[in-house]
Design a protein around this ligand. Sequence first.
Ligand code: SF4
Length: 362
Amino acid sequence: MNTKLDHNAPPVNQLDVNKKLIKWYDQNAREFPWRVPPISSREGTKPNPYHVWLSEIMLQQTGVKVVEPYFLKFINKWPNISDLHQASETDILNLWSGLGYYRRARNLKACAEIVCTQYQGNFPKNEKLLLKLPGIGKYTAAAILTIAFGIPSVVVDGNIERIVARLFALQGTLEKLKTQIHKRMMIISCNDRPGDFAQAMMDLGSTICKPINPECLNCPICFSCSAYKNGTTQIIPERAKRRTKVLRKGFIYLAITKSNKIAMVVRPSSGLLGGTTCPPSSEWNIGEYPENNPPISGTWVELDKKVKHSFTHFNLELRVMVTTISYVPKGFFLKPFNLSTTNSSPSVMRKALNLLLKNQNF
Ligand code: SF4
């Protein structure tokens, strides 16, 4: 890793920032099941690398409140990485259901496989080797090195980018400031307790240096903050223009047996919701509905309500088609049509299943 510092940066006092931030963290750290509290960290307790990795993968694209119950379910079912390695991808995807971005769940399995077969169940303490593992990019590698192993590395997530941009009053959108932010983060990173420092920055970004209306008067590093001094905290970082999402449209087909089972398929492993178990659906076309072409023959009726769901890059509207079947269609398998199946389905599918569960007329 390039550790050259940018000596042209504005004079933010490095020692001041990291000392004050660590002191604040000691008193204000958020509690998470994957985290070693600062008091234990100071006494030498090391975080469990499996917990750090699992939580960091779950936290990619997802907030802590949503992640926490999923994390607990995972470590309850698979207490260590070799348990996870032995789990089937289907079981992992089922427990992951509702967390979204299913590629992450498939990468968990693939990564556990490599760590268990090539590294005797121990994550490598080396950035280059970590980056070769499925699902681990620069940020996650840095977080594992710093938080799990106490190896100083530059951890920069969205919250930290915002703090650094304000601390140094950097002009531009976060997208354009990435290199500058990385260099500035090297200036203020703490070598004594690198893991706690990174987590202190994360906590500061979530609780004090928020995107809108940062609570500067409660901020432990306000006297080092250029944006606070300049009165520019509300305009730094510059907001990127929002792209409008396209609307995709399609059909979902719910085929139910008289014994209350539902026909399901496993979606292809690549692509959106890849590898998940779902009711069949049509293509999702931009702008207009595709032809209504059910994959199972039967008398199909349409529910009054449609499913509306928002993915990162598009919105989706699904017309919900329902039929009863008396046989298992070729290429499908049956699952009980109940809350358990509904809750283990991806969110968009769950919405369709819930519509049918609530529909008394069918
Ligand atoms: S003083 Fe305000 S803007 Fe600056 S780091 Fe603290 S909370 Fe963020």
